[in-house]
Design a protein. Structure first.
Length: 84
């Protein structure tokens, strides 16, 4: 979902973590299909501490990008749930 190694939110290039947009049982598919972004460490930790709004925004944006490339049917086959 991202080409440059910079925070997807702020654009900073320091103190970055790789964030898999779909996690838990979907993490392996997220890695395989490129459904991850770079996030500044503080933003990344905020996601894992309950920033539900940003989590939902990232999931929806990633699904839109995935579907633009591969279609809705493929998204549902790979991830099994719509986030839009």
């Amino acid at each position: 979902m991202q080409e440059d190694k910079e925070c997807f939110i702020t654009g900073t290039t320091v103190n970055l973590d790789k964030h898999h947009i779909y996690h838990g049982p979907r993490r392996k598919a997220a890695e395989e299909w490129g459904c991850w972004v770079w996030l500044e460490h503080g933003i990344h930790m905020g996601l894992h501490q309950g920033n539900v709004d940003l989590d939902e925004q990232l999931k929806a944006a990633c699904q839109e990008e995935f579907e633009a490339r591969y279609g809705h049917e493929k998204f549902m086959e790979v991830f099994g749930k719509s986030y839009i």
